[in-house]
Design a protein around this ligand. Structure first.
Ligand SMILES: NC(=O)c1ccc[n+]([C@@H]2O[C@H](COP(=O)([O-])OP(=O)(O)OC[C@H]3O[C@@H](n4cnc5c(N)ncnc54)[C@H](OP(=O)(O)O)[C@@H]3O)[C@@H](O)[C@H]2O)c1
Length: 243
């Protein structure tokens, strides 16, 4: 087997996904900011799985570095998984455009810049897979997080178009829409237990969905039905609701 690259590798979901892929025989490039902080984690995977794990520095907001980042990978990856994300503060983003821009750029523009480069290479090689972690928040805008949600909606539409474009090149694109996941991002939030996944469950779901060539994954699975209900509520009712 060979390498996959995991972007936003310090994320709890990304770390669980790295373990899942290494256990299943893949070598891993872990890419993120201040990535040397993951050295102990990387060594743990190396010892347990006997797979290669390499750390590569990447800031998704530094667009100018994306081509050089990809070119620096000695062996071109079989697949890419993007777990980069920034929830930010909705109320702050309503007042401060820097916060709004950071949410949009981290969840959408930065990811698009990097995936464009990787998609072009995969298309030319007529091989590879792309997994983008979006969110159920992108399925319908809500007052509590619509700036983050709109960036994720953009990412979901981007991944859909990319999947459509790359189909003929046999490059598979998976859109992941987690509901609630117990990670650093949701620390301190009061989340309903039955609807909240652990990062390890999400990682297993991603691996299975990617290997089987699925297009869109809701995780936990019941979020598909929760979002079906939420998106079917008429706007004149939805606008009065607090959900
Ligand atoms: N947790 C949930 O309930 C939930 C629900 C739906 C979707 N998601 C999505 O799932 C993905 C993983 O999130 P998570 O829950 O595992 O949260 P997390 O631990 O906060 O992960 C987010 C990751 O994005 C990285 N990141 C942020 N800005 C970056 C930048 N400029 N350059 C490179 N990396 C950057 C962070 O790196 P640093 O450590 O350097 O800050 C962090 O590792 C995200 O896309 C998130 O939006 C999460």
């Amino acid at each position: 087997m060979s390498y996959i690259v995991i972007v936003g590798a310090k994320s709890d979901i990304a770390k669980a996904t790295a373990r899942e892929y290494a256990q299943n025989g893949y070598d891993i490039y872990l890419a993120g900011r201040n990535i040397s902080e993951l050295e102990t984690f990387a060594e743990d995977i190396r010892v347990r799985s006997e797979k290669a794990v390499e750390l590569v520095e990447l800031d998704i907001l530094n667009y100018a570095s994306h081509q050089a980042f990809y070119d620096s990978l000695a062996e071109k990856p079989l697949g890419v998984i993007s777990a980069v994300g920034y929830l930010g503060e909705q109320e702050k983003a309503q007042l401060d455009n820097q916060e709004a821009q950071k949410i949009i750029d981290t969840n959408y523009s930065g990811v698009v810049s990097l995936l464009n480069i990787i998609a072009n290479d995969f298309e030319e090689r007529r091989a590879g897979f792309i997994v983008g972690i979006s969110s159920v928040a992108g399925d319908r805008g809500r007052k509590s997080n619509y700036i983050y949600g709109s960036a994720k909606a953009g990412l979901t539409a981007y991944l859909s178009g990319l999947r459509n474009r790359l189909y003929e090149s046999q490059v598979h694109v998976l859109t992941v829409k987690p509901g609630f996941v117990a990670t650093k991002m949701t620390e301190g939030m009061d989340l309903p237990e039955k609807l909240t996944a652990q990062p390890e469950e999400v990682a297993q779901d991603i691996f299975k969905a990617q290997q089987s060539g699925k297009s869109v994954l809701y995780t936990k699975w019941m979020w598909k039905y929760v979002m079906m209900i939420i998106t079917s509520i008429p706007e004149f009712i939805f606008k009065k609701m607090s959900i």
